[in-house]
Design a protein around this ligand. Sequence first.
Ligand code: PHE
Length: 450
Amino acid sequence: MQQKTILGHPKGLFILFFTELWERFSYYGMRAILVLYLTAETTDKLNPGLGWSSTEALALYGWYGMMVYFMGIFGGAIADKWLGQKKSVIFGGILIIIGQFSLAVNNMAMFYTGLVFLICGVGLLKPNISTMVGGLYKKGDAKRDSGFTIFYIGINIGAVLAPLIVGYFGEKIDWHLGFSLAGFGMIIGQVVYVFGGKYLTGVGNLLKHSKEHAHLMKQPLTKIEKDRMTVMFISFLIVMVFWAAYEQAGGLMNLYARDKIDRFVFGFEIPTSFFQSLHALYVVILGAPMAYFWVQWRKKGKESSSIFKMGIASIIMSFGFVALMGAAYDVSINVLGKAPVYWLFLSYFLHVVAELSISPVALSFITKLAPLKYASLMMGTYFAVTGLGNKLAGLLGEAAQDAGEMAIFTGIAVFTFLLGLLIMLFVKKLKALTHGAEDVDPTVAFVEPE
Ligand code: PHE
């Protein structure tokens, strides 16, 4: 079958790219104003909020952040059993739109209803659209990994834009307008997805319909499949540690940037919230060069398995925290108790180099390894694990309030370094468990330029 391509990738990738860009716009836009809306005074004349305390607001925020990703397990299971991924994404998108517009109504019952819709919607959409990306590539296609990086860049374009647009209109004009804009974002995503459906014909369909497949579904897992499940679960643990370190950015690092970093550059003070977009901005900038780097690396015949990249990611993450130790040291010797801002730029840079070596890689890895009948469920489980990593990040941040930042930064640096080293030591053994799932087959080219 002749396929139309863009940048050597199937057109369907770009449909998923834009759908997920707008879904993330919606998600991160809402998230950017949620806590602000909850804590804004009810008596504010121009833009009244709900008047909650910070503790209450952060508790809801943490709970929501965990639930959206936890729901991925159900989202994945529903796709595998009943809907297939393609329809799950549509239903997820509809739930998200309803959710955002419920938040836009100024009413408490609608507010909570909206949150429930969002949790179910993201749980249904996010893991399944990710699995669909993998479905665009045949087994052995070398393009799969770079396809996921492109997809990941889309995610982050949404994440950069959202706080700027939804944040601005929500905070400065009306919270409910902000939530509506988040809803409109998802409508755009949904329109792209539905109209681009013709490029996704062979992807994300429920496999159960064929008799042959029904037979397949009933078979117990083979030894190879079990090994692959094992290595996948090990990779989940690595990824959980990674997110627990990385997600310090939203909590502990946010406060650190506000209180302990001298943010003046050429007489201009960088607002603290800017650093919340910095990760995503770095991903957009570094995504393509990083993907290129790994392709070249593999072409030279060097070790480039996903497990290896995850090990490298853990070590680079550790360097990112060494940079933060540098900041903490400067804080301790500076009379004003402040550190120069370059530490933060350097540290976030390293975090993102690490992120690009682990996060799109993990998504791609799952689509290579998961047994077909559990494809979506495994992806959903991955998102649930991410949710746990986020929760862990919060706990570490809390611990830093007593232990002090230097102790927490050092602890994370040492832990991630040792973990990375351990992975490197066992990379061959772990790779053996994949039973060649990552082997590139040069004869496989899913897409042929016209
Ligand atoms: N920026 C990523 C995204 O929104 C963060 C993330 C990674 C979230 C993995 C969940 C799981 O997709």
